[in-house]
Design a protein around this ligand. Structure first.
Ligand SMILES: Nc1nc2c(c(=O)[nH]1)N[C@H]1C(S)=C(S)[C@@H](COP(=O)(O)O)O[C@H]1N2
Ligand SMILES: [Mo]
Length: 525
């Protein structure tokens, strides 16, 4: 018998909605978010445009303030890009979970949120250098599909109850689990294909970079055996161990067959130079130590290689540099830029458009098909990898790092590093005869002297490895009769102009760290 007044009765057309548990909301959000992102990557991979994740990551890199970059390099070193990717995926994951929970009550929050993923990815993609409006499509399409799926996953639907005359409004857990499972599986599959395509692209590029360079250079670099006075740090850094620093999350899309770079701006005869042109030109080999401005005192963002390539001054002479030009400004295939004084291209130092590194074709990581190498200047103002363009211009134009707080001109500072303290015989850690050894550099001025001070005692001159080039580092070694106790070892170098490196400590920003590399060693009795 029905005692409830008819006016308060729930109308039979709107049965009560069974609420969806928050955990299912979160799961649905996660599945839909994963699908949106994975499909974005997938569509980008098959249409050969920048991946939305990489595009967003690159925008983050480009917009990060100086202290963020310093923090990232200090804490993650060359794994900073992996850290960024993990960061982006984590944020997307958390946002997806939250959007799913919100979508239980208001479905439009979920779909709008997933849609925003797409808008952000699309905006980032079209903003990347070399990408057109079409780069927006993968991200938007992926997000649209993700949003629709989220709606379907969490929307209450009429379910047919066996024997019921009405179909009550409800949410079917079974249907959710099946659709959700299929969504996650599709996301994993699409993401897997996207990653596989990217790996294939990179391995194709590596293969293209693996073709040996024709003929031998006009002058080859000879490295005398006595350049090395200790074993731990090779005089020539192998390609696989050479530090890598750049803003590129993924390698630029390079096709050597169509690749060329221009020399333009304030020149009389602009040039366009293809890979075959470069290979056909006179080439030289030079031993040049490359160094990153972010290298801390004692750090390892430095490497020495035998670079092979064409001298830039030969190309600039052909192009005819106008007297008003102040800066050699270069751009990479991924839109990175830097610039150095025109004077540096003509003051006798061997600025190179390099195509080879340590006897191999320039590796992809280090700028294949061609890069600039400028002796004596930090990489961030000079060493453009994946070269796309050289422009003669004034100082009004600013390279990538300049508006981000780094100096416009940045000669490498004289520095030295302790690499090893090793017992000559007997057990290490016990009193006895030791060698202290390391490297010192003052590119383009040359290293004249290295001195070591133990426990703030007098500076003792170290033995130096052969002087291979003013543009290369020198190894040094000092024998030390170590007594029991804790010791402090400091090193300093003097360049060939007679200037000794400063002991004043300065951080890498804005134009290179200074201070003596100092280490502590404990010797047992
Ligand atoms: N295209 C491109 N070239 C670049 C950079 C970059 O971010 N993009 N970074 C520069 C910096 S800061 C340094 S220290 C050197 C490092 O060269 P390597 O990675 O071959 O050691 O490359 C330079 N060339
Ligand atoms: Mo750098």
């Amino acid at each position: 018998m029905n005692t409830i007044p008819l006016t308060n009765a729930v109308p039979p057309t709107e049965p009560p909605v069974r609420p969806i548990a928050r955990r299912y909301g979160a799961l649905g959000g996660f599945a839909a978010g994963a699908l949106a992102v994975a499909l974005g990557m997938f569509f980008a991979a098959i249409t050969d445009v920048v991946s939305p994740i990489d595009a967003v990551g690159s925008e983050v890199i480009d917009r990060a303030p100086r202290w963020v970059k310093e923090f990232a390099i200090r804490n993650f070193g060359t794994d900073d890009k992996l850290a960024l990717r993990i960061g982006i995926i984590t944020i997307l994951g958390i946002a997806s979970l939250a959007l799913g929970v919100a979508a239980i009550r208001r479905w439009w929050i979920g779909t709008t949120g997933i849609g925003l993923f797409g808008v952000v990815g699309a905006a980032a993609a079209v903003h990347r250098p070399g990408e057109s409006g079409g780069a927006a499509v993968p991200s938007l399409l992926g997000a649209a599909i993700g949003a629709v799926v989220l709606h379907r996953l969490l929307r209450p639907v009429p379910v047919q109850m066996p024997g019921a005359s009405q179909a009550p409004l409800g949410w079917d857990r079974r249907r959710f689990l099946i659709t959700g499972g299929a969504t996650v599986a599709t996301a994993a599959f699409a993401g897997g294909i996207a990653l596989q395509r990217e790996n294939q692209r990179v391995s194709d590029l590596r293969e293209a970079a693996d073709v040996p360079l024709p003929s031998t250079p006009l002058s080859s670099a000879e490295i005398p055996p006595d350049a090395e006075v200790f074993d731990e740090t090779p005089f020539v850094t192998p390609n696989g161990e050479f530090y890598r620093i750049d803003t590129a999350l993924s390698f630029p899309r390079i096709d050597v067959a169509t690749w060329s770079f221009d020399i333009g701006g304030m020149v009389d005869n602009p040039l366009t130079i293809t890979y075959d042109d470069l290979l056909a030109m006179d080439q030289v080999e030079r031993v040049i130590t490359l160094c990153c401005v972010s290298n801390e005192v004692g750090g390892d963002l430095i490497g020495n290689a035998v670079w092979r390539g064409v001298l830039l001054r030969d190309l600039l002479e052909q192009a005819g540099v106008q007297p008003s030009a102040e800066q050699v400004f270069s751009t990479s295939l991924d839109g990175w830029t830097c610039g150095f004084p025109v004077a540096a291209a003509f003051d006798g130092r061997d600025v190179m458009v390099a195509v080879g590194m340590n006897g191999d074709t320039l590796p992809l990581e280090h700028g294949f098909p061609a890069r600039l190498v400028v002796p004596g200047l930090y990489g961030y103002v000079s060493a453009t990898k994946w070269l796309a363009k050289i422009k003669l211009t004034t100082w009004d134009e600013q390279g990538y790092w300049v508006p981000r707080g780094w100096s416009q001109q940045a000669p490498i500072k004289t520095q030295s590093r302790i690499d090893v303290v090793r017992a000559v015989s007997g057990t290490s850690g016990a009193a006895g005869l030791y060698v202290i050894a390391g490297v010192a550099w003052a590119q383009h001025r040359g290293v004249d002297k290295v001195e070591v001070s133990i426990d703030d005692g007098p500076w003792e001159e170290a033995k130096l490895g052969a002087d291979v080039s003013d543009d290369a580092w020198r190894q040094w070694l000092l024998e030390w009769d170590a007594e029991a106790g804790n010791h402090r070892i400091a090193v300093r170098a003097t360049d060939k102009t007679g200037e000794t490196q400063t002991g004043d400590q300065a951080p890498p920003a804005p134009n290179g760290a200074t201070g003596y590399h100092t280490i502590r060693v404990g010797i047992d009795a």
